[in-house]
Design a protein around this ligand. Sequence first.
Ligand SMILES: C[S@@+](CC[C@H](N)C(=O)[O-])C[C@H]1O[C@@H](n2cnc3c(N)ncnc32)[C@H](O)[C@@H]1O
Length: 296
Amino acid sequence: MTPKDAAANIKEKLLNAGFPDAAFEAEQLTCGVLKLSAASMHLSEEKLSGGQIEALENAISKRLSHQPLQYILGEWEFYGLPFSVGEGVLIPRPDTETLVDAALQFIGDREGLKIADLCAGSGCVGIAVEKHTESCSVFSYEKYPAAFRYLKANIKRNNSKANPVLRDIEDGPLSDERFDLLVSNPPYIKAEVMRSLQPEVQFEPDTALSGGTDGLHFYREILKKWLSALNVGGAVAFEIGYDQADEVTALMKAAGLQNIQGICDLSGTQRVIIGTFLPQSNGSKAAALENSIKSS
Ligand SMILES: C[S@@+](CC[C@H](N)C(=O)[O-])C[C@H]1O[C@@H](n2cnc3c(N)ncnc32)[C@H](O)[C@@H]1O
């Protein structure tokens, strides 16, 4: 059996089991397991060894049990960069590239900014921002050791200067920490939706997905605890769920942020909300923080 025959077999099995992207996944699995480019996979006439066939069978049986393709491959691309992924860490999603775009647009050609990536997971957001700016310092905060291991590995893999910090963001910043930009793709799925997630997503950690009863727990926590570390003129940019734009905008307004804007992802859904902390925000900041605390 050649690699191309193996890909055809895998495609057939996936199709029979009702996987919608069978052809794409079969190619990804074959190339990933055999460490071949797509071109070599199609052209190679070399017969597979027993070990290679076994490795492919192992991969297909994992996929048929709905393990995410990305976990089986052990890596996934985000913003043109490679990220190691596996059990214990959220798989970077294409929608999250909108958050990186928003951060890079805010940074523009300014140099030396300090950026916090809160709830960093694989590190994809902070690392992508750091790799696309000249002299910004990025600090990537993650609470859970399993995800933190991937964060550190991905910083190394991408030769990034981002600084990994193992910390519960609910503890807030240290008293001397100051930032120009807070970016976060926090867990934001509502408790009731958690129960109906597709089987693949259920392999990902609940701690990366669950945003409490109304999905807004982490937005409140960050606005309540981290704005004190934001320099005047700085900004907060959040990734949000497809139906959270109004609620997150209201929380940001209540926290005293200004120029609040929604930014759409490629499918036209508002995916990022960004707001700026301007001098006028100062007067209302204490009251606003109080309000946002009361509503949590
Ligand atoms: C939705 S995932 C986002 C991961 C990554 N930023 C991305 O966009 O793919 C949220 C991450 O927040 C982490 N997390 C959850 N609670 C946390 C907390 N209290 N402090 C720090 N990180 C937390 C989870 O472990 C997970 O890695």
